[in-house]
Ligand binder design. Structure first.
Ligand SMILES: [Mg+2]
Length: 242
């Protein structure tokens, strides 16, 4: 039995948490291959790309590479590995950003979870995606209307898990709520290195969405670990309806 926190604000990750990022990624890449005449993109190539891509985002999280560079470099490496024209990486990525926002697939019926959260709990999006893709997703998914606000790293000027990112989020939240206690704010996300490390850095309640039952091998503090987003309403203590 968990000790229940008094939670006032939820910070939701989008990709891999509310939305099924893998499905959107797959659709966007296949479309790009067709449009740019790159031939067939097999399931094996997609799986390979996924690994390459994750490696680049981790470089970003560690501050080793800028975002504009990782966006193009991941495709350059991927194309290079399969003998495809690497000079197409930049144009491919530009189209990919648009296409990525076009495939909306909720995980765990997330929309119904979000709508079930009591109205006196603020709900915000915290995401490292690019502004163009994330705005498209937020608007097409209907999340833009339901959420109380969103913090896209491109617009904030910093990335999760950096404390600068969370400082900027809190500066904005304080404009709306006055004083905000980080101990009453819960971040919900699938990434240990981005969401949970960020939540640890900022002193938030950390809820790890871990549908695949992965190991917490990073030594991070996790207050709640859930397999399904349907478990979120019951974590909300006296504010929630269980
Ligand atoms: Mg995520």
């Amino acid at each position: 039995m968990h000790h229940k926190h008094n939670i006032q604000i939820l910070l939701w990750d989008i990709d891999g948490t509310i939305l099924d990022f893998e499905k959107a990624e797959e659709a966007a890449i296949r479309k790009g291959f067709a449009v740019h005449g790159l031939g067939e993109c097999t399931d094996e190539m997609l799986a390979d790309y996924s690994v390459i891509n994750r490696g680049y985002w981790q470089k970003l999280e560690r501050g080793e590479m800028t975002k504009p560079r990782i966006l193009v470099e991941r495709f350059r490496e991927f194309f290079g590995k399969y003998g495809l024209d690497t000079t197409k990486a930049e144009a491919f990525n530009a189209d990919y950003q648009v296409n990525l926002g076009d495939t909306i697939c909720f995980r765990d019926d997330a929309l119904s979870v979000i709508q079930r959260i009591p109205k006196d709990i603020g709900q915000y999006v915290v995401t490292n995606g690019t502004a163009i893709a994330q705005h498209r997703k937020l608007s097409l998914s209907g999340l833009e209307e339901i959420m109380d606000g969103y913090y896209i790293s491109d617009e904030v000027g910093f990335e999760k898990p950096g404390i600068e990112y969370f400082n900027a989020v809190f500066a904005d939240l304080r404009k709306k709520y006055g004083e905000v206690d980080p101990g009453k704010v819960m971040i919900i996300g699938d990434s240990l290195t981005s969401d949970i490390r960020g939540g640890n850095n900022a002193g938030l309640i950390c809820c790890w969405y871990n549908p695949k039952g992965l190991k917490n091998d990073k030594g991070l503090r996790i207050d709640y670990e859930i397999r399904s987003l349907q478990e979120v309403p019951e974590l909300l203590g006296s504010w929630g309806r269980g």
